[in-house]
Design a protein around this ligand. Structure first.
Ligand SMILES: [Zn+2]
Length: 325
């Protein structure tokens, strides 16, 4: 079988323990895309584990900081590389004093926490070496030949240039296949909706959070006095924030049935916290009341229909139970 078939076979059939092989193959594919084919005479190209680690940390950073996706089957002990990346995120957020999710490539991590970054890369290299480098080539008890050469415990792997060229040539398809498999694996550990979309969106330059202003005109009908949903005090002297009761990072969606007014400060302190039962109960009551008011005023559109559906099928409760996973 040729390289491409073997490569796809590995991706399609890799085990469901964690997502390392996905990160590994995606990094190699990206390195192939960046490789300077014109100015390189060698038929065999060395790829350092460090270069792979620099990409791997980025994938886990983005999937964690935005969506907090679990990457392994054990909820109390995430895969090592994920724990290391989480630590780096903590250091970064402490250093910048900002907990707002930011994409790795925009975060300047290498400058802002250079020592921790270098330490993280080094330690990811050692995990890759131990757990991924040679295991990647194992499939159904056999070692697949012709992908790359790797000496056990080495910091470099050697890949035929023609293989890299095939990855480059078919880059979009390769990344699509990897993302698809990655999403499938994540569905085993995560109950959050839209996993495929979350994995794919990480590749886009901006993770777009749409402006929420448009929802105010609905909320005002039920909450004209602008009472904060979180602390239940009146919001005055500031524009109310529109708060996602079930975290945005979980739903990756803006829905009328999940949006409420909150103080800017109440909103920013809670961000990704899963609401308690009392809040869920209040949200359900709010939704029933809001729907009644909007129907009475004969307001009919997509958002109102979705609100109606949400109350009919207990969507809030269902997602709340699911997101406690
Ligand atoms: Zn408040």
């Amino acid at each position: 079988m040729d390289f491409q078939n073997n490569w796809f076979n590995i991706i399609r059939n890799c085990s469901f323990d964690n997502t390392y092989k996905m990160a590994w193959s995606k990094a190699i594919t990206e390195l192939a895309l960046e490789f300077d084919f014109e100015n390189n005479e060698n038929e065999i190209v060395p790829i350092t584990l460090e270069a792979i680690a620099q990409k791997v940390v980025r994938y886990y950073w983005d999937q964690t900081i935005f969506f907090d996706l679990r990457q392994g089957s054990n909820p109390t002990k995430p895969p090592e590389i994920v724990s290391k990346t989480k630590k780096l995120i903590e250091v970064y957020q402490a250093a910048t004093g900002n907990k707002k999710p930011i994409k790795f490539i925009k975060a300047d991590v290498e400058d802002i926490c250079s020592n921790d970054y270098l330490r993280t890369i080094k330690s990811i290299v050692s995990t890759l070496k131990q757990d991924v480098s040679y295991r990647f080539l194992n499939l159904a008890g056999k070692q697949i030949q012709g992908i790359y050469e790797y000496q056990l415990k080495d910091n470099v792997l050697y890949m035929p240039k023609e293989n890299l060229f095939k990855l480059k040539e078919n880059y979009a398809m390769m990344v699509e296949a990897i993302n698809y498999r990655w999403s499938q694996i994540l569905e085993n550990f995560n109950h959050s909706p839209r996993i495929c979309k979350k994995v794919r969106v990480i590749d886009e330059e901006n993770i777009r959070r749409k402006p929420l202003k448009g929802f105010s005109k609905y909320l005002t009908h039920e909450n004209p006095g602008q009472v904060c949903f979180i602390c239940e005090k009146v919001i005055s002297g500031e524009t109310p924030a529109l708060d996602h009761v079930l975290p945005w990072s979980y739903l990756y969606s803006d829905d009328l049935w999940n949006l409420v007014y909150a103080h800017q400060s109440c909103n920013s302190t809670k961000s990704n916290v899963i609401p308690n039962e009392e809040m869920i109960h209040r949200l359900e009551q709010r939704n029933v009341k809001l729907l009644q008011i909007l129907e009475k005023q004969n307001i009919q559109d997509k958002h109102v229909s979705e609100l109606r559906l949400a109350t009919e099928i207990d969507l809030v409760k269902k997602f709340w139970i699911a997101c406690q996973g």
